[in-house]
Design a protein around this ligand. Sequence first.
Ligand code: IMP
Ligand code: MG
Length: 186
Amino acid sequence: MPGPLSPPVLIGEAEIQARVSEMATEISADHGDVEEITLIGVLKGAFVFLADLARRLTVPPVIEFLAVASYGAGTTPSGPVRLIMDTRSPIEGRHVVIVEDIVDSGRTLRYLTELLGARQPASLRTCTLLHKPARREVDVHLDYVGFTIPDVWVVGYGLDLAERYRTLPYIARLPGERTTGRCVGT
Ligand code: IMP
Ligand code: MG
C-alpha cells in the first residue's frame, strides 16, 4: 500500500474554506445580473470543491458534471483528452462556469473550453481551485484561481493518487509522486 495515511499539509482546511468563500463572492459578483449560473464540475477531482463553492454562491446555481480521461506517458500527461461523460442538459444560452480541481498542463481545460464554447453558451468562464504553472503546456484562460502551487503532486479535497486521499479535508503534498503512464481519470 503506497503513501502515508496523513500526508503533509500544503494548504490547510481553514485556508481552503476561506479562499472558496472569496471565490464564491467573486463569481457571484461577476454574475450579478443573471438569473442562474450553470456550474460544470469536472469529475472526479472537482466534486468536493464544487460542493463547497456552489453552496456559497448568491446567484442560484444549476449543477452539471462531465467526466474526461487523459492518457499520460511516463511522467508527462501529454496524451489526448477524451470526454467520457457529457452534461445532462444542453448549455446553449446559459451562463457557464467550468469548475476544475487543478490546472496542470492545461490540456484538459483547453479541450473543455473549446468543446463547451462551441455550444453557444451565453458566457463561459473557468474556475480552478489549484494552478500549477510550472507544468503548463498549452495556453488557457483562467478566470478564477484559488491557489497557485509548486510542481508537486497534491492530494486531498477531491484530488487523488490512484483513487486514494480524495476525502482528506486539506490539500497535501506527496513528494516524489508523479503521474504514471496509465489512463488517468481526472
Ligand atoms: P491537465 O494536465 O491540466 O490537463 O490536468 C489533468 C488532470 O490531472 C487534472 O484535472 C487533475 O485531475 C489531474 N492532476 C494534475 N495534477 C494533479 C495533482 O497534483 N494531483 C492530483 N491530480 C492531478
Ligand atoms: Mg481534474
